[in-house]
Each structure stands twice: as C-alpha cells, then as structure tokens.
Design a protein around this ligand. Structure first.
Ligand SMILES: [Zn+2]
Ligand SMILES: [Zn+2]
Length: 259
C-alpha cells in the first residue's frame, strides 16, 4: 500500500485522462492520493475528483505563486474544509523565488495569505500543506507565531537543508519527499531525507510536475510515487514494503484519514 501525499489531478496532463491515471495507480499499489487545491476557483474541480474516485482525498488552499486570483478569507477555507473528503488546508506558504523587481518586503500579501490559512487550519483542526521556496526562515517564523504551538502539517516537496528540516520537525511537522530525491544532482536532499525520523516521513509526486527517474522530464502521475518509495528505501536500508507501509501509516495519522 502506497500513498501519494501531494498531487494535482485537476491540472492539464492528468485531468483529461483520470481513468487511466487511477488505473496506473492501482496497478502500482498506490491506493491513496491527496489531490491538492491551488486556487478557490479550482476547488470545485479538485473536490469533485475526490468525491468520484475511491482513495482520492482533497485539500483547500491558495498557492503563494497564484497572485491574481480570488483572495481567500478564513471562512472561504473553513467552509470548504468542512466538506466530505477534504482533509487538509493548502497548499499554502511562501515563495520568494520569483520576486522579479520586487523585494521580500513587497511580499506582505503572501505572508498575510499564509496567516489566513494557518488561522483556518487551527479553526477546523486540520493539517497544513506547506509550500516554501527561497523563504524557509519566514515560513517557519510565521508558522511558529501564528500556529501558537497548535498548527500541524507537512512541509511538502522538501528541498531545504537539515537545519530547516530540524526546525520544522521541532514544530511537530512532517517532511514530504518528492521525486527530486531520485535526481542525480540531489545528493544534498538525499543526505537530509535519510535523517528524517521514520514516523515523520511522507512521500509525494507533486504530479504532473517533477517526475522521478526513470520518468524524468515526462508528465508525472501518482503511480510514480513508487519510485520515490524505492529510492528512500534504498537510502535508508529498509525493504520497500516497509517504506510504503510506514509512509502510509504516517499519512493516516497526520490527516486522520479513515480509509
Ligand atoms: Zn508546492
Ligand atoms: Zn503542489
């Protein structure tokens, strides 16, 4: 049993061939996937997929890269989070990678949006799915401050160093590893991934992006989370079945997912 903790099934590349994508998942033993929302506009489509297919769950959130979209209020998030099969808030967080001609000070709108998600997560007591890029210190500072020790969740597609991982773990967060870990040039990430406590580790595809080796450069899909599990199992010297079971158990515990 494998669980893909983060994918975007409503995105082009996956959405138009969902039956095939689901068949590939089941053929590889990937029994569950969390379908991640990135705009309020997209939410109905994301949620409908979770309602239609067994094993698919949904989140609600507005990605920090999506600037010119409807700005969520706490109520927008909590109302949707109360719907059937919605188990997480996100993806949310900060992304200072594409500042263009702006400075970090200009990104207050991202930080305010992130705080809105944390408030919603505390209200409904659901985990946050955190995206952070070129912004880890601010991401963790806001999580600690706004989360008041009660926020929980996962740092998705983790690519930061061990000191950031340690800080996130100390806040009670899980670390999710994506297909990047299979890339030749990702030794630094492998060094971090091997140190994450077994009971805090999740795996994901972030499909349709970031397909793992040997599918690198192609459209990614949840079935390929099997390659992430295999890579981590080899790194950590455990059988792949144990890695699959452990990361699935961790997902069940974090998201209080009853199936
Ligand atoms: Zn992300
Ligand atoms: Zn994502």
């Amino acid at each position: 049993m494998l669980t893909d903790s983060h994918c975007h099934l409503a995105y082009p590349g996956l959405q138009e061939r969902l039956d095939e994508v689901l068949a590939h998942m089941h053929a590889r033993g990937v029994t569950r996937a969390l379908n991640i929302c990135t705009t309020l506009e997209e939410f109905d489509a994301v949620h409908a997929i979770a309602m239609r297919y067994p094993g698919i769950w949904a989140s609600v959130g507005v990605h920090p890269d999506n600037e010119w979209v409807r700005e969520p209020t706490v109520a927008d998030l909590t109302e949707r989070a109360a719907l059937l099969r919605v188990i997480g808030i996100g993806e949310t967080g900060l992304d200072y990678f594409r500042l263009g001609d702006r400075t970090v000070a200009d990104m207050e709108w991202q930080r305010e949006r992130f705080r809105t998600h944390i408030r919603a997560a505390l209200q409904v007591d659901k985990p946050l799915i955190i995206h952070t890029r070129a912004s880890a210190d601010d991401t963790l500072a806001i999580l600690a401050e706004e989360g008041q020790g009660r926020a929980r969740g996962v740092m998705h597609c983790f690519t930061e160093n061990w000191s950031i991982a340690k800080h996130a773990l100390d806040l009670g967060f899980y670390i999710s590893i994506a297909g990047i870990v299979t890339f030749k040039n990702a030794q630094a990430l492998r060094d971090v991934a091997v140190k994450v406590p077994a009971d805090r580790l999740l795996i994901e595809t972030d499909s349709p992006y970031l397909a793992p080796v040997p599918h690198r450069g192609k459209t990614n899909e949840p079935a390929y989370v099997a390659h992430v599990a295999q890579c981590l199992a080899d790194l950590r010297g455990v059988p792949v079945d144990a890695m699959a079971q452990q990361t699935s158990d961790n997902f069940t515990r974090l998201f209080r997912c009853d199936e």
